[in-house]
Design a protein around this ligand. Sequence first.
Ligand code: ASP
Length: 405
Amino acid sequence: MLNRIQLHWQILIALVLSVFFGVFFTDYVEYVSWMGTLFLRALSMLIVPLIFSSIVSGVTGLGSGKNLGRMTAKTIGYYLTTSLFAIVTGLLLVNLIRPGIGADVGLSNNVVDLAVSADTFGQTLLKIIPTNIIESMARADLPSIIFFAILFGFFTTRVSPEYSRPITDFFNAVFGVMMKITLFVIKFAPLGIFGIVSVVVAENSENLIGLASSMGIYMLTVVAALAIHGLFTLPMLMKTVGNANPLKHARNMSVPLLTAFSTSSSSATLPLTIQSVEFKSGVSNKTTSFVLPLGATINMDGTALYQCIAVLFIAQVYGVDLSILEQLIVMITALVASIGAAGIPMAGVVIMSIILSAVGLPLEGIGLILAVDRPLDMIRTSINVWSDSCGAVIIAKSEGEVTNV
Ligand code: ASP
């Protein structure tokens, strides 16, 4: 019976039930939390072998260095452009609505627990080159794994065919197997999501209702800006630049988008994103396997937009008027901070310390927005994943691929 209901409906039902369960059976969520833990562990288990095999297979599929260069330029170009669009949308809305003026933010969370001493941009760049790739894999350090996989894939095409062919075949096969395991894990998404969201709701429900009044305008500003970016800007880009059907693509992306929403992690969602973009929207393996892992690590439109609004909100609450030049600094540092943020829950808010210090705002400001971070994280993560997937379609179209959307 359950098999006949489409997976995205099963996930939606799980989401509704988990809200109900989290609110009315708060004391019992510990009995279902293991389902979420198992699901997240299974997704995490897939990430390293999937990313490595996916990139090697994608880069070897691209063939020459010229193709790789063109693909890299297009991917980075798309990611920077959409992140800038997102940032501008966030800045416009927060300046228009000014949610921090007169906000009653009596309650402020402690920021001591946060690793506020995030790396500087320079340090992050240096760390892209791993000193020990096995160690990077053990730590699931995605930027350095991606860097090594691109190098490995590229130089695989540079050795004689008797060596390159078995390597290419091997990684294509590993990628195929990883996708099969992903399909198997996806079947458990409704149960996993029920476990994850019940806990989140139980932990936040009481708090949220109280905070909704004082932080409501701030939350609405973030949600409205994310909605403009996700429902208008990105679909418009898909339609005009990619000549693709955004609605059809959105339908194909329902499972990864709902998973991103529930897990607040674009990295954990990556296996499902690759599966849907490739097998439902029909983008070739050589494009998805290059564009999507890169996107999950560096392209965070939702995060960049959120950080701009949050920083300006904090400035408004502290009564600091940021000049146009300072807002430009916020723009640039938000772009850098979103690139540096990992695809895990709360990464965006932790790394925001870079932006706050750049414009001289107190780091304690983060405490003002922590209490309402989780629901906003859920939405911005979905936008991060949505943007990656739109990028894959647009780039595939620009390469002359025939897709399903
Ligand atoms: N949770 C987000 C993601 O995984 C990052 C963030 O905290 O903004 O994409």
